[in-house]
Each structure stands twice: as structure tokens, then as C-alpha cells.
Design a protein around this ligand. Sequence first.
Ligand SMILES: Nc1ncnc2c1ncn2[C@@H]1O[C@H](COP(=O)(O)OP(=O)(O)OP(=O)(O)O)[C@@H](O)[C@H]1O
Ligand SMILES: [Mg+2]
Length: 551
Amino acid sequence: MAENQLGGQQYLILPEGASRLIGKEAQRTNIAVGYAVASIVRTTLGPKGMDKMLVSELGDITITNDGATILEEMNVEHPIAKIMVEIAKTQDKEVGDGTTSAVIMAGDMLKNAGNLLDQGIPPAAIIKGYELAREKAIGFLNDVSNTVTIDDDKKLRDIAMISMGSKNIGGENLKALFAKLAIEALKQVADKNGNKVSIDRDFIKLEKKEGGSMEDTTFINGVLIDKEIAHPGMPKQVKNASIALLDVALEIEKTETDARIEITSPEQMQAFLAQEEKMLKDMVDKISKSGANVVFIQKGIDDVAQHYLAKAGITAVRRVKKSDMEKLAKATGARLVTSLDDLSKQDLGYAGQVEERKISGEQMVFVEKCKDPKSVTIFIRGGAKQSVDELERALNDVLGALTSAVEEGKYVTGGGSVEVDVALKLRDYATDVGGREQLAIQAFADALEVIPKALADSSGMDAIDTLVQLRSKHKAASGKSFGIDVYRNAIADMEKQGVIEPLKVKLQAIASATEASAAILRIDDMISSKGKMPSGGAGGPGGMPPGGMED
Ligand SMILES: Nc1ncnc2c1ncn2[C@@H]1O[C@H](COP(=O)(O)OP(=O)(O)OP(=O)(O)O)[C@@H](O)[C@H]1O
Ligand SMILES: [Mg+2]
């Protein structure tokens, strides 16, 4: 039986209204959708890249250059577009930076695969070639990488500045301030074990509050809690604080079952209330006896208990988030106690100062001047919601980049230089491999070069001319770190210019771009039970970019 006749049988097994795209048609649509998604973020790459303004259904406005944020906020519907968004999310989660690069590389891998499909090369051969190329690219990247340590302030500063380069968060001086704060935070929480450094990003808290200006952004050697002190009678400022952390409710627990107490006289009522009050006072006495003068409580505090705490001169904060309790423990050395009977002096932590301050009309509690805290805070300020949000995203990228750099201990040169270098080596390797895979490896190499092309485009340089210049420069050993000087519209030595990036960010970007494009290429049958195929995340019908796929 002919194939299309068999295909016709689908209507017998699929629900009514279902639709299906098979073979080349499915591949072509998927490639177009993937490429369309990449095209959206392509113009944001690099320091000369543009920002996007996103307006949510509720009218909230986000202005950003961050690839992961743009794609997430777009709420794409097409399943292939969702895979592209996943690339950005994975990149963001794993390394924090390089999300735009990962997505646009995947876009070009797909587009170039489309050209190979047109030449009759089967998807399996393309995928095999891409995977061979990825393996090799990882090796080449490692070969050209250099060492960086947590004590190398200049290199860390360069990495931080380049990571922030494309973010619209003020001029060089401000960025230098943010770089300094991020490095300070990183060094404070770093855990050194011989040559190995590890950083738990969860313990660098980014707390933000609109108001003031970006210059007011500060580093806090401890934890900032977005809560107020429970009772006005408690001290607002405590020096040399002895801190207790309690996962206990300072309340009389209500019974779970519907118990009833029969009270028949006013005396009985009095006695009952007095009993309750005594229980609360006992709880406060236990805290007081431990020597604590500041207490953070994960649960609630009864009004009566608040009163006794205030009377005992103890400052208390209630309903503190579990994650903040963990941060407080790491910062002050206190141990989280779950029963008041267990509370003793040994469980207490220390902070040079605990103080409630009014920030833009709201109270916040600063737990600061801790002794060698393993949990710290960067307190982000800025005139408008959009700017504090973008600064938060930028600091996330910077902390991600710095963490990747010091954990792996390696960096490579940016500005498109390392991509051109790896592409050149891949093309040599491709000729050794030969066959159909050779073409796929070349296509992969071309896809890496989308980075220098996009950087050239954004600075108004001719992308093809620039690429040709870079390729010829890279043929000589002295030209290995040449990339695009986006501020002078010329090619230049990126190492000398301090345009450097963590190796891990590049490795992750290439890995997730290859994985996603291979996954998309493997699909030759799209069955949608919802009826018609979902429309593309962007561009015209079927997700085609408005101008088709330009080079
Ligand atoms: N001063 C500079 N000169 C040349 N290239 C630069 C400079 N600063 C950054 N770049 C390059 O810009 C690219 C990074 O751009 P960008 O930060 O916009 O995207 P990303 O890191 O891929 O994604 P995102 O930051 O959105 O997660 C890298 O290739 C980097 O080498
Ligand atoms: Mg970046």
C-alpha cells in the first residue's frame, strides 16, 4: 500500500478535530518557529544591543535586555517555541548568564540544518554531525581557556563588567560599584577547600526596594529582612545582638478537635485567662533565660507574648520566611531551635548590630556587622520599579558569571573571539571526518559565528566583512583572541581589552543549544489533539519570521 494511503488512516485513530504535520512539513515549520524565537532576542546581544519592552496582560511593564526574561515574559504557545524558551531557562539556572547567546546559536543551528535538509541530507546525519562537533568544540574551548582564581581581583572585575556590559543600569562608574559589591559578596560566602572553591548562590541575597537611586545600592555583611519589629515597645536598635532563631509559635495552640471547656463562673474565666497568660510568660522567660536579646520567629507571636518580650527588652520579628531563617543561621552562627525547652546559650548567634530602619516608607530589619558571615545581602535601590528590577537581573547574571568563573577556574575571551576560533578549528576537523557529517560540522561551525555576526550588526559594522577579517586574523597564533571592539567599530584583541567571560557559560550555551536543536530536528511528526496547530510564538502564521530567514 502506498504511504499516503496509510497516512490517510490517521483519521481513524485520532480524535475529531485533531491535526497532524508529517515529515518535511513538520521539520520545516519547527525550524521556522525556532529561528523566529531566536530572531527576537538576537538584536539584544552585547553592549550595543537593544532592550525590549514587554507589557503583560495586566499592563505591567518590563524593560530588559535579559534573554531569559524576554522569552519567559512573552508567554509563547507553540511547543517548539517553548523548547527554545527552555534553553534560556536552563542556561539561566545553570550559569546565570549567556541566555541570549545560547538561544541565538540554537536558532542558527536550526536554520543551517534546514539548508542541509534541502540538500537531501537526512536529519540523523545532521544530528550526528552536530554531536561530533559539540564534543570537539568542548575540547577546543578548554584548550584556549585561561586560569582565573578567586584572588584575581582584576580578572573578576573584568568578568563582572563584561557580564553587565549589555545591561541598561547606568554608566561605567555605577557598573564598577556593582562589580565591587558582587565580588565582595562572592568572596564573603566562598567556601575554599584546597584549590576548589564553591559558592552557594542562595546565600547571596538580593533584596530590593524602590526609592533612592542606584548609587545607594549597598553590601550588607549579614541579612536584610523585609519585616518590621513586632511591637513598638521593643528596642529598634540592638548593638552586639545575641540572636535566637525559633521555629516555635509564641501562641497558645488551638486544639485540632472541637473541644469545649465549660465555664460556669467569672472566677473560672479569670483563672483560665491567667493560665493562658502564664503559659505565654513562661515561653518568654525561657527566651530571656537563654540570654537572647533579639529573636526571629518563623511563626506568630501572641499580643501578650509581645508585651512580655518588650518588657524583657527583647526585640522580636515574627513570621520570618524559612529561607530567611536559613540565611540568618548562616550569617550569625545561630542554630534554628524547634522547641523552647531546647533553647540555650549555645544556640544563639551574633550580629554587631540589629536595627529597624524606615526605607521608602516601609520598615526593614538590618542584621549586620556579622562576624565572617556565610550569608550576605546586596540591597538594591533605584528610582523606578523597572530600574531596580533590571539591576536585580543584572546582578543575578554577574553573580552567575563570577560563580561559574571561580568554581571552574577558567575563562575565555569574548566579543565573538572564542566562537571564531572554535569555528575555524571545527572546519579543519570537518574535513578529517568527511562524508555527510562533514557538512553538518561546517553548519555547526557557522552557527557559532552568529555571535560575532550579531555583535557586528548591533554596532553597525558589516557582519560578513568583519567575520572575514576575524577569520583571517585567527589563522595566525597572535590573532587568537581577536574579536569585536563594539565601542570602536573595529576588530581588536579582547584579552588586552579585558573582554573575558567564564568558560562554563560558553560550554553550557553550546551544550544546551546543540541539545535543543537536535531534539527539534528529531521530530518528524507533530500531532495536536487540540485541533489546529498552535500558532508560532512570533512572526506570521505558522511561526514564520516576517521576513523569512535572512542570513
Ligand atoms: N565590551 C565588549 N566588547 C565586545 N563584546 C562584548 C563586550 N561586552 C560583552 N560582549 C559580548 O556580548 C555577548 C554577551 O551579550 P549579552 O550579555 O547581551 O548576552 P548573553 O550574555 O548571551 O545573554 P544574557 O546576558 O541576556 O543572559 C558576549 O558574546 C560578550 O563577549
Ligand atoms: Mg550577558
